[in-house]
Design a protein around this ligand. Structure first.
Ligand SMILES: Cc1ncc(C[n+]2csc(CCOP(=O)(O)OP(=O)(O)O)c2C)c(N)n1
Ligand code: SF4
Length: 478
């Protein structure tokens, strides 16, 4: 067999294997002939060629591209339906050095998210938007989108779109081009190789402009959806050229590199000043130890029923971290019923910047009830710790990979006289274990949080009781 040279291969901006489904790790979930696959490839190649992989944050939409974060090996955030421009705004403002990409379908961008895209464009937010216009809602089975053509049948317009009833196709590129702020707006089409090359250049240009600190850039990409259109991939490409191009003409609608200076941008101010933290609220702050040098990291999941102080325990831990001059994050998660439904939160403390506030594999799990124990204990990292709010594990349950410490926190709190300080008992147990977080800092946080003197005293006792319990448990284990 003759030797061959690989001329085209998967961009390194894609993960080597996709973790979405065990049996699908070598391919995306897109239908054959779908424009999303081509658009992804063009975006990935542009990021790779411009050397921006480490700086890129990709905001994926709701729609067929919802799983883009399984494919792009960059920073990823998945936004609620239509809200990608709002999320991208926050990301770009918080991390101005990042290359922020909002990627959206036409239902996402032009229907539910119409306000977000117009206002982000109008503010001239300095990120890039790639807008996949396939004239239909793909993911949900083919409802009419704002971009559906006149006469085009959809599940919600089976008779074909009628302007008198459903209005006319929305031309987003032209609409945004009426605004002052955008720097670059172009419409391209994935209907044949020549046009795919044009799309490639437009995508690259949008990202380049962002790299060069210009303003808002927007590329509308007319894109085939063979599945919903009930066509073969070849027919669908042809349909883009024959039916979509007359309604959505290709071209550059804006090409104006804005002045580089950030005219009118608000000055950067210290966080405490922005949050209006008064001297009074900072009173009792214990001087941070030299934790920056320590570079400790700790990820904790705290789970239980609403009403057990699960979220508050997470907040207290995060505040202790802040007072220790660490980077912190606290991410709550609870159902519609805040009391007695299940609730959990993720807390990260680190001497370095925190990549994601999500804690899938915690160093420490604080399980305030059995459901949480069973659900989350298998995810604790090998060698991690489970603090369980009972005096023993259930007889049929083991956590082979981690250490388990049963701390009957609610019972201890009951003995103190207030079941609700069970969370503080657990905090004490946790502090005793993580010996680089100081109890005096925890006390200062409690004093700043609990206003009622009697309850504060209970909390103090709870904290000490939790520490004491762990010390004695360790002693009896020796
Ligand atoms: C708030 C909200 N409303 C509605 C939905 C249902 N929904 C999911 S995807 C989608 C349409 C996506 O269509 P489009 O943006 O055109 O993307 P495509 O799937 O065609 O790529 C809708 C309506 C949702 N997930 N969330
Ligand atoms: S339904 Fe359409 S847009 Fe969605 S993956 Fe399939 S071809 Fe692509």
């Amino acid at each position: 067999m003759s030797e061959y040279q690989v001329a085209q291969s998967k961009s390194r901006v894609f993960y080597g294997r996709y973790a979405r489904k065990p049996e699908l790790q070598h391919q995306t979930h897109y239908c054959p002939g779908c424009g999303h696959g081509v658009a992804h490839k063009l975006v990935a190649e542009a990021i790779a060629d411009l050397g921006l992989q480490d700086r890129t944050i990709f905001v994926s939409p709701v729609g067929c591209a919802v799983f883009a974060y399984y494919y792009f090996d960059v920073g990823n955030v998945q936004a609620a339906h239509g809200r990608a421009p709002a999320v991208a705004t926050a990301l770009k403002r918080a991390c101005p050095e990042s290359i922020v990409i909002a990627y959206q379908g036409d239902g996402d961008l032009a229907a539910i998210g119409a306000a977000e895209i117009v206002h982000a464009a109008n503010r001239g937010e300095k990120f890039s938007v790639f807008f996949i216009n396939n004239a239909i809602y793909g993911m949900t089975g083919g409802q009419m989108a704002p971009t559906t053509l006149v006469g085009q049948a959809s599940t919600t317009t089976p008779w074909g779109r009628r302007p008198a009833n459903e209005g006319f196709p929305l031309r987003m590129a032209e609409l945004l081009a009426t605004l002052e702020a955008p720097v670059y707006i172009e419409r391209v089409a994935l209907c044949d190789n020549k046009n795919i090359m044009r799309a490639r250049r437009a995508i690259r240009k949008a990202i380049q402009l962002q790299r060069d600190a210009a303003g808002f850039s927007f590329v509308e990409i007319l894109s085939p959806c063979p599945t919903i259109w009930k066509m073969t991939p070849v027919e669908a490409q042809r349909w883009v050229a024959e039916k979509m191009l007359p309604v959505f003409p290709l071209g550059v609608f804006r090409d104006r590199k804005a002045e580089m200076a950030s005219n009118g941008a608000p000055p950067l101010r210290p966080l405490a000043e922005v949050l209006e933290l008064s001297q009074e609220s900072l009173a009792g702050v214990v001087e941070p130890q030299a934790t920056r040098e320590i570079r400790r990291t700790l990820s904790v999941k705290i789970a239980g029923f609403g009403g057990q102080g699960v979220l508050l325990l997470g907040q207290m831990l995060a505040q202790i971290g802040m007072r220790e001059d660490l980077e912190v994050s606290w991410l709550p998660s609870y159902g519609p019923e805040i009391r007695s439904g299940s609730a959990h939160c993720h807390v990260c403390l680190s001497g370095q910047r925190i990549g994601s506030p999500l804690v899938e594999h915690p160093d420490v799990l604080v399980a305030m009830n059995e459901i949480s124990l069973r659900k989350f204990a298998p995810c604790v990292v090998p060698g991690g710790l489970v603090l369980y709010n009972r005096d023993a594990l259930p007889a049929d349950f083991a956590v082979p990979q981690a250490r388990v410490l049963c701390v009957p926190a609610t019972d201890i709190a009951d003995q103190i006289g207030a079941a609700k300080v069970g969370n503080t008992v657990m905090l004490g147990a946790l502090l005793e274990h993580v010996n680089w977080l100081r109890p005096e800092v925890a006390l200062a946080v409690l004093e700043a949080t609990v206003r009622d003197p009697a309850l504060l005293e209970m909390n103090r006792r709870g904290l000490n009781a939790g520490r004491q319990f762990v010390r004695e448990a360790a002693f009896s284990a020796v």
